[in-house]
Design a protein around this ligand. Structure first.
Ligand code: MD6
Ligand code: FE
Length: 218
């Protein structure tokens, strides 16, 4: 939180929330607005490097549909999807080689963001990178392929802003929609670790959107 502002007469001045305030989204879930903005250039350069080694690709869902977001991974484990299902794999199925190592700035940012949200000593072993070109979306899902669900997930948004929905049920009941902007970080775990979420649209305020989701998967 920022210190509260006062006007010339000493009145406390507050809007609903101010730029870069931390916002509690749900029990255990925090929206850290702008938390990664100062690191964005570093993160984007790391993404370019890792995509040169493990290119973005559109994976197939177990139902046989092509996902509209393109994906790649870094770290000991990478998230993959194909006709056989969703799972984590130590190798990139496209090359058969291990995923590129977790970039140090990713792990550093994840640990700091998790700590700020109340999760001490978070060390990710997997970073899924989602690339959204215009028109790409992500359908409603839960993240439950990780071995130990007591670890939080740290999600970093870069580039175009996007509408993100988040709640306890597959439908809208009890949920929220927020606009995630360049540099925003969402951390969630605990009571909301299995909340449903989706990216329902990506805005055209930048040519594309990138999202990092950092997890402890193994
Ligand atoms: C995205 N994010 O923002 C998709 N999952 O592009 C996710 O699916 C997600 O942001 C788990 C935790 C945080 C997330
Ligand atoms: Fe997810």
């Amino acid at each position: 939180m920022r210190p509260a502002a006062h006007d010339r007469e000493g009145h406390l001045v507050r809007t609903l929330f101010e730029l870069d305030d931390d916002v509690a989204l749900a029990p255990g879930a925090w929206w850290l607005r702008g938390f990664a903005r100062a690191m964005a250039g570093t993160l984007l350069a790391e993404i370019d490097q890792l995509a040169a080694a493990a290119p973005f690709r559109h994976m197939t869902t177990p139902g046989g549909k092509l996902m509209s977001a393109a994906m790649t991974s870094a770290g000991a484990l990478g998230w993959v999807s194909d006709r056989a299902g969703y799972r984590y794999s130590p190798v990139d199925p496209r090359s058969g080689a291990p995923w590129p190592p977790m970039p140090d700035p990713f792990a550093l940012l994840a640990g700091r963001a998790a700590e700020r949200a109340g999760y001490a000593a978070f060390v990710p072993d997997s970073c899924l990178v989602n690339l959204y070109e215009q028109g790409a979306r992500m359908g409603v899902h839960q993240d439950r392929d990780e071995r130990d669900l007591s670890h939080p997930i740290v999600s970093v948004s870069l580039g175009a802003s996007a509408r993100f929905t988040f709640g306890p049920a597959r439908g809208a009941t009890g949920g929220l929609a927020v606009e995630l902007s360049h540099g925003d970080v969402v951390v969630w775990g605990g009571a909301s670790r299995l909340y449903f979420h989706a990216v329902t649209r990506v805005r055209d305020d930048a040519p594309r959107r990138l999202n990092l989701t950092l997890r402890r998967a193994g």
